[in-house]
Design a protein around this ligand. Structure first.
Ligand SMILES: [Zn+2]
Length: 318
């Protein structure tokens, strides 16, 4: 081997781990120091908290505090401080209800549990947090999930629904099967007429559907149609991500999911391949939903994998 080439190879081998670790840390280590928690009063004693990650819903009253989802661990102190600053109660966060297992909704579980909160979630949230695995749409979106420490695991789990009786309200978490994941719950605050829909309903465009974790587009459509049929017409809707919404927003989102999945189903019936569907840009009429996280091609993949039952080569569960 010539000397120059050998030298280049040594340099390349030396910097490779540096480059790789930089890519990895850019993905994992978000800087939370600048994140501020914005609190919005939704109705009565229900608040919505936005920082980084999924929206938090909070019931704040004389019995204490219940929160729905808890974003990321480094934000737990700021979330606690924002709740205290409301000046409503000095009592702690007694319960945390997780809408599903993803880290941007459960990252604060460990610090909240260590501070004395009781974690509640659907059975599959605990299972997936405990085992770790791979989240993704069965194609281009793929994320490794590390097993969570024991302190981050829900202590109380349920199969269909559970009610937390606090602050004069019967706060009800209802599981809807195989939606954004296989462990999603929608949480309804009946006295205040507010619902937190978790990531079954999001406002960032085409939704991420975690088919690798048992999610499906049909399950999201079912959850949206069943819940909107049961909820009061003027219920205020906290989405998993994005601005406060109402049932008209949920209906428009559901309509888009039904139309786009029908288009992909038709192409599947016509024996089109995934590549042919992307090349034909079959979701062009819904391009305003194409986002940074889930663009049109990634959503075609998602729908294709969901409708054909193809969950990628990395399925670990069930
Ligand atoms: Zn999610």
């Amino acid at each position: 081997m010539n000397r120059m080439l050998r030298r280049l190879m040594i340099i390349a081998l030396a910097i490779m781990p540096m480059l790789l670790s930089r890519v990895a840390s850019a993905q994992q280590d978000q800087d939370f120091s600048k994140v501020q928690i914005k609190v919005t009063k939704v109705s009565g004693n229900i608040y919505m908290l936005e920082g980084a990650g999924g929206n938090i819903g909070a019931s704040v009253g004389e019995d204490g505090i219940v929160i729905v989802d808890d974003q990321f661990a480094p934000l737990a102190d700021k979330i606690q401080a924002a709740l205290k600053d409301l000046g409503v109660t000095n009592k702690p966060v007694r319960f945390v209800i997780n809408t599903h297992y993803h880290g941007d909704h459960t990252g604060g579980n460990e610090p909240f549990n260590n501070a004395g909160s009781t974690l509640i979630a659907h059975d599959n949230v605990r299972k997936r947090l405990e085992s770790g695995g791979t989240a993704g749409n069965g194609g281009s979106i793929k994320m490794d999930v590390k097993p969570s420490p024991k302190a981050a695991l829900p202590i109380i789990t349920f199969e269909h629904d559970v009610i937390v009786h606090l602050n004069g309200e019967d706060i009800r978490a209802m599981h809807y099967p195989s939606g954004h994941t296989d462990g999603d719950s929608i949480i309804f605050f009946p006295k205040n007429n507010v619902v937190h829909m978790g990531d079954d309903f999001v406002r960032y465009g085409f939704p991420f559907i975690d088919v690798a974790s048992g999610g499906s587009v049909q399950g999201i459509i079912d959850a949206m149609e069943k819940s909107t049929a049961q909820l009061p017409a003027d219920v205020k809707v906290i989405p998993g991500h994005g601005a406060l919404s109402n049932l008209d927003d949920v209906r428009a989102y559901t309509k888009m999911l039904k139309e786009t999945s029908a288009v992909v189903q038709k192409a599947i019936n016509e024996k089109k391949t995934l590549d042919q569907m992307k090349q034909a840009k079959i979701l062009e009429p819904w391009s305003k939903f194409s986002g940074q996280f889930v663009n049109s091609d990634a959503f075609i993949e998602t729908l294709y994998n969901s409708l054909t039952g193809h969950k990628g080569e990395f399925l670990k569960h069930n």
